[in-house]
Design a protein around this ligand. Sequence first.
Ligand SMILES: C[S@@+](CC[C@H](N)C(=O)[O-])C[C@H]1O[C@@H](n2cnc3c(N)ncnc32)[C@H](O)[C@@H]1O
Length: 278
Amino acid sequence: MSTRETWFEDNRANWDDRAALHEASGYGIEELVTDPAHLSPEVAQDRDRIGDLTGLDVIHLQCHLGIDTVSLSRLGTRRVVGVDLSPESLRRARPIADRAGADIEYVEANVYDARAAVGGSFDFVYTSLGVLCWLPDVAEWAGVIASLLRPGGRFLIRDDHPMLMTIGEDVSDGLRIEQPYFERHEPLTWDEVGSYVETPQDAPEFTHGVNHQWSHSIGEILTAVLGAGLVLDSFEETPYSAWTPWPDLMVREGERHRLREDPDRLAMQFVLTAHRPG
Ligand SMILES: C[S@@+](CC[C@H](N)C(=O)[O-])C[C@H]1O[C@@H](n2cnc3c(N)ncnc32)[C@H](O)[C@@H]1O
């Protein structure tokens, strides 16, 4: 197995464990299943950017348990495909979609193999929150996005900002830049059980703590998107996060979190929209 395949194997095993933990933690599943009009906070937040999906073919990359995938299917789509590396995520995503009354095609594949794994082209490619950090090469990723889009098709990514990812875990002495900002071939390798959700009391066993992550700078992301032949439509940075990397330093505002003091110091997410020229 090549080094790159070993990285993906570790990440697959890590995400299989996270899938079980996330489902046990709630993860917005019951809201989605019990209310046919419910949209995930991510899709609701970007409703205007996503625009009209009536009759369109949509692909959601790195869909995990499919909460955003089901939400997208509620916007009038014709076809919705969810792609993920983790079979355990998709094994859990399928009954969630059934219970929510959504018709989703789930495909187990690495993002880098998505073009070969999924038939057809798409009017809209979507991916969000906690995605680019699992991918070693942002230029190659952008090429996959372009290859999935029909001429005129649109793309949206909302993700954690790479500056957020540079800050070390110990903030007792303030926010300190400790991790790389620019893309490196070698990943940052972590070995820790658990995930970004609160661990429920009857949490399933978590055995695969080893995982590998990469940073990609804003310049590298924009260059990759433009280099793949896409046209940039909008790009925004925001001081709000969907999660609380440092609970003691943050406050909640509705579904979002920001630094309590001087939130303008740090961008926490970015959202980018682009399209393939017609
Ligand atoms: C944080 S989730 C993102 C989804 C969504 N924001 C959520 O929380 O439901 C990250 C997902 O990326 C998937 N993933 C990681 N590396 C991948 C790869 N190389 N190809 C496809 N999926 C990958 C994981 O299995 C996981 O389901």
